[in-house]
Each structure stands twice: as structure tokens, then as C-alpha cells.
Design a protein around this ligand. Structure first.
Ligand code: ZN
Length: 192
């Protein structure tokens, strides 16, 4: 029994899906073996609609795609958030530590100068500042005190209050200044 190419090609989708009878399949097999045109059409159809394991594999890939997208999105967001956190933490750390008291909004409540000790008690008039230590230099007959503040008031820096005691030979000291980081921020707090 011979069948026309048109008929064979009409039946090829059923053949590919394995939905035709055993008899039809055998007829089609015989025809396709000897007909290059139908063989080509079959091949094209099989390439367009992969079956069996191929099809399952493809489905697997399709199913994985959304997760890949999601994963890439998560990676992107995590990278952005990490970068922002690093910038904020580093910037914040630099901002909050060792901020020198440039503005000199300082109130001195007492200052005692003896030949071998100087004691200064005071506070920041800016309530946001926590006292964080001091530096000093002696130049000629002047003592320059440099107060260090952080803008973070915490248990470590409970307030802007400070009490400074320095023991040195102060017999030649005639003036005590509180100094800001920038030149020109000088407050004369004691004079002999
Ligand atoms: Zn044919």
C-alpha cells in the first residue's frame, strides 16, 4: 500500500506524538524510509517540537529560568545594599569619631592653674556632642588645649562634660587657650 506525501505529512504530528495506530506507524515508517521529502519534513517537525528526554530537558531549563532571573536579581540587590552599608558605616565612623570642636561652643565652669597642675572643668554648649578626650601643646608662655568630641552621645561618650587635668611644669604659663582644629578658633580661658 502506497500513500501520498500529503497524507504522510498530515499524519506526521500524530506520528511524532505517538498518537497513531501501530499500522499507520508502520506505513509511515516505510514511506519515510524511501522518501527524502517526508524525511526532511519529519526532521524539521522533530527539531521544532523536541520529544521525550529532549523535551523534558527543555522543560527543565524553562522552569529554571525564572529562578535564575530571581537569583540574579537577589545578587544585584544584595550587592547594592552591601555597597550602601559599607559607605554609610565607613562614612559614619569617620564622621562620628575624632570630630574636633571647631566652633568652640564651650562653657568653662572652673579652671585652676598651679605650678605643676592645670585643671579645667567645662562642657560643650552643643548637647549633641560627646566629649572624647583632648590634646595639648605648650608654645612659649601659652598652653593650647584641643578638645575632641564625637557627635555621638553614647555610654562611651555620655555627655559633652569634660574635666581635664594635666601635670607638668606650668611655672612659665601665662595664658591658656582652648583651640579648634582649624587655625583661628582660639578661646582664651585663663590668663595670669
Ligand atoms: Zn513522501
Amino acid at each position: 500500500m502506497t500513500i501520498k506525501c500529503e497524507v504522510v505529512q498530515d499524519l506526521l504530528p500524530l506520528y511524532i506524538d505517538d498518537h497513531c495506530s501501530k499500522e499507520s506507524r508502520e506505513l509511515l515508517d516505510v514511506h519515510i524510509q524511501s522518501c527524502d521529502a517526508c524525511k526532511t519534513v519529519l526532521k524539521t517537525m522533530q527539531d521544532e517540537l523536541p520529544l521525550g528526554n529532549e523535551s523534558e530537558k527543555l522543560k527543565g531549563l524553562e522552569a529554571k529560568k525564572p529562578f535564575k532571573k530571581l537569583r540574579n536579581m537577589v545578587i544585584t540587590y544584595v550587592s547594592i545594599i552591601t555597597s550602601i552599608l559599607i559607605i554609610v558605616l565607613v562614612g559614619g565612623y569617620l564622621y562620628l569619631t575624632n570630630v574636633t570642636h571647631n566652633e568652640l561652643n564651650v562653657a568653662i565652669s572652673s579652671i585652676d592653674v598651679s605650678d605643676h597642675e592645670i585643671n579645667v572643668v567645662g562642657s560643650s554648649t552643643n548637647s549633641a556632642n560627646g566629649y572624647n578626650g583632648f590634646d595639648y601643646q605648650i608654645e612659649g608662655d601659652s598652653l593650647y588645649l584641643q578638645l575632641k568630641y564625637t557627635t555621638l552621645v553614647s555610654s562611651r561618650n555620655p555627655s559633652g562634660d569634660f574635666e581635664i587635668t594635666i601635670n607638668e611644669n606650668f611655672t612659665n604659663i601665662k595664658k591658656v587657650y582652648i583651640e579648634g582644629e582649624k587655625q583661628g578658633y582660639l578661646l582664651l580661658v585663663w590668663e595670669r
